[in-house]
Design a protein around this ligand. Structure first.
Ligand SMILES: Cc1cc2nc3c(=O)[nH]c(=O)nc-3n(C[C@H](O)[C@H](O)[C@H](O)COP(=O)(O)OP(=O)(O)OC[C@H]3O[C@@H](n4cnc5c(N)ncnc54)[C@H](O)[C@@H]3O)c2cc1C
Length: 436
């Protein structure tokens, strides 16, 4: 597979190219057609970036509306400060301990599966690239945040955006020392994540309770509702001429003289041909990639969220406005407007199982009771989603073996943060092929 442009310089160039139409492409009768599989955040950002470049884009998704799977109710954080990849020996040690604790943030189903165990083996190997991948991940996130905010402003998308920064809190000295090391990597990427005292953290968020040993604050990070944004951007893409084929199941992709997409609606199958394709199918990307002759080792890592409803003034005052990463509990939070507070966490290795388990939801509610004891949790909406995760935790932005095939998937725990940046990289890659 050929690599997408992935240096920071290339990312900057791609970003600068947004909105610049390629002369003649839009107006030519034979405009190049691109199929995008998936209408989550990766598919919709890719469609928008491609349409901006004058390509004729069709998005396919099996749901009736955009953003109904993993891009529905995630942690809400646009967090370059959370760019540390998970391939660190300390996480392996913690992971093994957590496997024997019922309410731990990690759940690992031991049932043998080639997909799962080959993924774990590659995850271990990727520890070699821990530092460079963390820096790279932060660089992409910083660029992506800018794009996302520019698009939201240009298209008038209201997504409960809160620009208050993100607070990381740590319960032990050991975790704080590790966080300082992470800071030196984030610093290399140009991120301002500064260490503050636990007292200063409490001043930033007066509703916070609990004993902490360390805290870090990233003023440039922010939060917002991924579902609202994705739906808003899909509407903007539609205005640019993108066609959305919702409620269809993509059954077969065939490369050769363009790409044939066979899809079914209400059981009736149709095949359409396109010049190029972008596979942005979240956890479905591995199976679709295999049809095109590519190995895309995305594994579904389940996570859970609760959305605490804040119906009255008392509840709204007791809930935090500041966004948190509690690294020990592996929990992230965001305030989505006055009346909603989102708490998300857990990494569950259990295949494509999408069940919402009460025993995984309970720790999220109890976490709220401990840190924000005055916030009522009578009305809590639970949710589970599958993070499309590559073993090295880096998004898969490569070209496929066959001409015309591109990937925009595998964004793992940072898909909301990164997609508006990586979509530009993939769109540039598609354009390079068009113009070659
Ligand atoms: C609990 C949790 C908390 C998270 N918190 C954050 C956070 O705070 N910040 C952050 O940056 N990221 C976060 N993430 C990660 C982020 O939500 C994901 O990376 C992102 O939503 C993935 O988007 P996607 O487009 O790849 O996948 P999806 O949103 O799942 O979209 C893929 C789409 O492809 C479609 N599809 C697949 N196969 C087919 C087919 N054969 N035919 C038709 N359609 C198909 C599906 O229907 C789906 O709509 C979190 C994730 C979880 C689970």
């Amino acid at each position: 597979m050929m690599n997408a442009p992935t240096t920071t310089e290339q990312l900057k160039n791609a970003t600068a190219a947004v909105g610049k139409q390629v002369p003649g492409i839009l107006s030519q009768p034979g405009t190049r057609s691109v199929a995008v599989i998936g209408a989550g955040i990766t598919g919709v950002t890719a469609a928008y970036a491609l349409a901006k470049r004058g390509l004729q884009v069709t998005v396919f998704d099996r749901h009736r509306y955009p953003a109904m799977e993993t891009s529905f109710a995630n942690g809400g954080q646009l967090s370059a400060s959370n760019a540390e990849v998970w391939n660190h020996p300390s996480n392996i040690v913690k992971g093994v301990k957590w496997m024997f604790s019922a309410d731990a943030p990690l759940l690992f189903n031991m049932t043998p599966s080639w997909h799962k165990y080959s993924w774990i083996a590659e995850f271990m190997l990727a520890m070699r690239s821990y530092k460079e991948n963390t820096v790279r991940s932060a660089e992409i996130s910083i660029m992506a945040r800018k794009n996302l905010l520019a698009w939201a402003e240009a298209e008038g998308i209201d997504f409960n955006h809160e620009k208050r920064g993100i607070l990381h809190v740590y319960r032990t000295e050991k975790a704080t020392v590790h966080a300082r090391k992470v800071n030196s990597l984030l610093d290399r990427a140009g991120l301002d994540r500064r260490e503050i005292t636990p007292d200063e953290a409490r001043q930033l968020e007066p509703t916070l309770h609990g004993d902490f040993q360390g805290a870090f604050y990233t003023p440039s990070d922010s939060t917002g509702d991924i579902h609202k944004f994705t739906v808003g951007l899909a509407a903007a893409a539609q205005k640019l001429g993108v066609r959305f084929e919702q409620d269809v199941d993509v059954r077969k992709l065939t490369a050769g003289n363009g790409i044939a997409v066979r899809y079914a609606r209400d059981g009736a199958e149709t095949t359409e041909r396109f010049d190029q394709i972008v596979v942005a199918a979240g956890v479905g990307s591995r199976a679709l990639g295999a049809q095109l002759g590519d190995r895309v080792n995305v594994y579904p890592v389940k996570g859970y969220s609760i959305t605490v409803q804040l119906p009255d003034e008392a509840a709204q005052t007791a809930a935090p406005w500041m966004s948190f990463v509690d690294d020990d509990a592996k929990i992230v939070t965001s305030r989505l407007g006055a009346d909603r507070f989102r708490v998300a966490g857990t990494a569950e290795f259990n295949g494509f199982n999408r069940d919402i388990r009460a025993d995984r939801i309970r720790p999220l509610v109890e976490w709220c009771h401990k840190l924000f004891p005055n916030m009522p949790t009578e009305h809590v909406v639970p949710w589970a989603g599958l993070r499309p995760m590559m073993p090295d935790m880096m998004p898969h932005l490569k070209r496929g073996k066959a001409p015309g095939v591109h990937y925009h998937c595998g964004h793992g725990h940072l898909g909301w943060t990164m997609s508006a940046g990586t979509a530009e990289l993939v769109a540039e890659n598609v354009m390079q092929e068009v113009l070659a």
